[in-house]
Design a protein around this ligand. Sequence first.
Ligand SMILES: [Fe+2]
Length: 364
Amino acid sequence: MELPTIDLDLFLSQSLETSAVQHECKKVADALITFGALILHDSRVTEGKNSAFLDLLEDYFAQSTSDIQKDERPELSYQVGVTLENTEKPKCAVDESCLSIIQRLEPSERPLDISAHSPDPKCRFFWKMSEVSPYETQFPGLNAPNVVPQAEEINARWTQTMEDWGESMKQAVENLADMACIGLGLPPCTFRDAGRYGPHLLAPTASDLEKYGRKDTILAGFHTDLNFLTIHGRSRYPGLNIWARNTGKRLPVKIPAGNYLLVQAGKQLEHLTGGLIKAGYHEVVVNDQTLKVIEKRKVENPERPLVRISSTFFWHLSSDFDLSPIPSLAERAKAFGASHIALGGYATDEPEYQPMKVGHQVQK
Ligand SMILES: [Fe+2]
């Protein structure tokens, strides 16, 4: 089973009324409902920009710990700058409903066992890509500027590379959000407008494969994302698995080389659609394919650091937005709930989607 591939070029090059565009938008909605994820093709996103970004982050995380620590901002709760490894623990390990989802999967489709899992052995960098709201806000958030690393060689290319790659992914995910609206029968800018002042983040993670390159190491334990849509560029190392919510099958993600990205639904999208689209579970592990690429990189690029970078961008709704299920979609979600189990999907305890501000959902 493969994830559907969506053609963003087609959407951008033809008028909204054409049947080709309408069909492609419907495909987006169906992919998000069935898989919670899709592959996106966008010619504006180049392999060159992704490579420059991966090279920069590999070099950054290959620095000494003391150099990297200069970019920590514990006093700002790590909301900008770097977070070192073994800090973030996947909450699923202690979350009953999440553990029961794992129990209900066929044993062959379950994620690696997270019950005894210590915090994820991954570092993360948060680079804010938000637009400051001109309106009064209940959630002033963080006004601190982004952290730019000091080491001369990295400093010189940091801001441009982060902005180039971050803007590519932001643009792609906002267009995809428009397509999803059309496919769901909503006005095209519904999601884009709701997320205009969202605290979007370019948030690459790094895993040291010299230290954590053994088979079946969990680099990021089974979890969903709390934001609206997450978009990823291609990593140099395989190992990302996702679960298609309506089939209960684990899918190893393969993003083709070139102009392709992966998009996955997060909790805010689940809430706004009343559960019609579910946030997608995923994990990052070291598997046989990861090991093969590690060996290949050692031979072909012996001078490069052996670090797995994930180029992740979290697109959020604005903190002041009232998060409440859109009635037409909540109706469809109810009708859909019973039927997907018959198709081989796994049952979940249907959560209540209480109205709340996005800022409160994030705090929760
Ligand atoms: Fe995630």
